[in-house]
Write a protein that binds this ligand. Structure first.
Ligand SMILES: Cc1cc2nc3c(=O)[nH]c(=O)nc-3n(C[C@H](O)[C@H](O)[C@H](O)COP(=O)(O)OP(=O)(O)OC[C@H]3O[C@@H](n4cnc5c(N)ncnc54)[C@H](O)[C@@H]3O)c2cc1C
Length: 491
């Protein structure tokens, strides 16, 4: 039913856009740089919001890697495939849900819901839940109830206050799924967040928000910190909004796409009649008046009336002519280390490997070498596949002390998500006041697959309304993009 409604909505909007096209400029070529969930969602929404334009909009997509999906990627450890980057989706990630239905992909319930948790402070486990390892639903329920009691004993009513803080934020985010007819097209991230009632959360730290919400210092120092370290590799001093999104990613009902989340990008691209240029990196984007010229490292040039940047610009050296200006920001690097082998109980001061929780989270301590370790799959009692996250690369010596057996190790260094700060300063969606757009400007609000899709949908509506010029922007009269002197970089 949801899909049918969505399709009706798409059709309604597209009628407006299509009819406005008749006396407007010819359909543009849209170049999209990046084939992750942001770029592929942009291609998808371009087709759905203008399905009948004649001649049709031409979409070119450039991807520097030889596969699509970006930070949605899998890794093969000893013959088995696991998510290497973005792994979990929230039950209310409606674009992702619609994509999986539209593309006939299979849902998989996330394992993380049922893992036993231990909070490690470098010397001892300050908190541990019980392991659910029974296959008998009734026993699972009892253990899960016992774990809720354990959590309540340690953190008390603060747990409910945390839940209601997260729920309130998720509910506000749901406004971005309102029917397009009643939802403005946003020209800036600030405007988009203010309309959703989420902007203030980006001006203060998660720590401050949670203290005001009445959470105890112990809950913030332990459980909340464990979650922000797992999901964003950062402390509770990230912005309140990134923090709330991170906490939402630790609740129940989490899911992923069976076989790999990257299939959402692949499917959307396949269905959207895109000229895909794999293994072709764009090195410059020049504004030549009525069109842009994109040059690639292969020595090719492409022209397009609209250019969409669907990747964070922070660590890239795409040359923009004339230069564009965006706020300086750092990416948080997360080192993902995959190990097939067996954890060493002695490292944790324990006697048996079965005493080690399946998900080991950590508190903030500069001496702790990793942020988390989780079991991805138990092959037998002496053989499992693990995923570790850390802020720095993990040396062989360290891994040899954490693991008693290590048959295979794979290391990936991700420029993973923004290094969040409060107050956040946002890059513009429209980079040059013409038709150069930046989806990942929204990533400084929160970095997830779903937020990329939500930002891409808004950018597509912005492109169509600005390019064809017939749609009145419903933008509210909120202030334009943030600007702090001296904190911008020219690219
Ligand atoms: C370790 C890790 C865990 C995460 N966990 C989760 C999670 O559980 N749930 C969740 O929702 N999110 C998670 N995220 C965040 C999520 O992955 C991102 O927010 C989302 O995938 C971003 O998608 P994107 O399309 O905006 O960017 P990307 O996926 O980064 O796509 C950008 C693409 O552009 C390409 N590109 C870059 N420069 C050029 C160029 N010059 N020319 C051509 N191509 C170029 C890149 O190769 C890349 O493929 C995680 C991220 C990491 C790294």
């Amino acid at each position: 039913m949801a899909i049918i409604l969505t399709l009706f909505t798409f059709l309604a909007i597209s009628q407006t856009l299509y009819s406005s096209h008749a006396a407007s400029p010819p359909a543009p070529t849209v170049c999209i740089i990046g084939s992750g969930i942001g770029g592929s969602s942009a291609a998808h929404f371009l087709r759905h919001y203008s399905p009948n334009s004649a001649p049709p909009i031409k979409i070119r997509m450039f991807e520097r890697n030889d596969v699509v999906g970006g930070r949605m990627a899998t890794v093969n450890v000893a013959g088995e495939t696991f998510e290497a980057g973005a792994s979990i989706l929230h039950p209310k990630n409606y674009h992702a849900r619609n994509y999986t239905k539209l593309l006939d992909l299979e849902f998989r319930t996330s394992l993380s819901d049922s893992l036993s948790l231990g909070i490690w402070d470098g010397k001892k486990f300050v908190f541990k839940t019980l392991e659910i390892d029974s296959n008998i639903p009734f026993v699972d329920k009892v253990v899960s109830l016992a774990n809720s009691v354990l959590l309540f004993f340690r953190y008390g009513l603060s747990l409910f206050r945390m839940g209601s803080f997260v729920e309130k934020t998720v509910d506000r985010f749901l406004k971005y799924y309102d029917e397009p007819a009643s939802r403005p097209i946003f020209e800036t991230v600030d405007e988009m967040l203010k309309w959703g009632g989420l902007y203030n959360l980006t001006t203060r730290t998660l720590q401050d928000e949670l203290v005001d919400a009445g959470l105890s210092p112990l809950l913030i120092k332990e459980l909340v910190t464990v979650i922000t370290r797992i999901n964003y590799g950062q402390s509770v001093y990230i912005s309140g909004l990134a923090g709330a999104v991170s906490l939402a990613g630790s609740g129940g009902g989490l899911w992923s796409v069976k076989g790999g989340n990257w299939q959402m990008a692949a499917g959307l691209i396949n269905q959207s009649d895109v000229s895909l240029h794999l293994h072709e990196e764009i090195e410059s984007v020049a504004n030549l008046g009525d069109y842009y010229e994109l040059n690639s490292t292969k020595g090719n040039s492409y022209t397009c009336e609209v250019a969409v940047v669907a990747t964070p610009l922070d660590e890239l050296n795409i040359q923009f002519i004339p230069p564009i200006s965006i706020p300086k920001r750092k990416l948080q690097h997360t080192h993902a280390t995959f190990v097939r082998g067996l954890l060493n109980p002695a490292y944790f001061g324990l006697n048996a490997v079965t005493d080690i929780p399946e998900l080991v989270g950590t508190v903030e301590d500069p001496d702790l070498p990793f942020t988390c370790i989780s079991v991805l799959k138990k092959h037998d009692e002496k053989d499992a596949t693990y995923k570790m996250f850390s802020r720095q690369s993990l040396s062989d010596a360290l891994l040899d002390s954490v693991f008693s057996v290590r048959k295979e190790t794979i290391r990936i260094n991700w420029g993973a998500y923004p290094h969040y700060d409060a107050p956040e300063v946002f890059a513009p969606f429209i980079l040059d006041n013409r038709h150069l757009y930046y989806i990942n400007a929204f990533e400084n609000a929160a970095s997830t697959m779903e937020t990329s899709a939500v930002a891409a949908e808004n950018i597509v509506r912005l492109i169509l309304s600005r390019y064809f010029g017939k749609i009145t922007l419903h933008s509210s009269n909120l202030s334009a993009g943030s600007h702090i002197e001296g904190s911008h970089i020219d690219l």
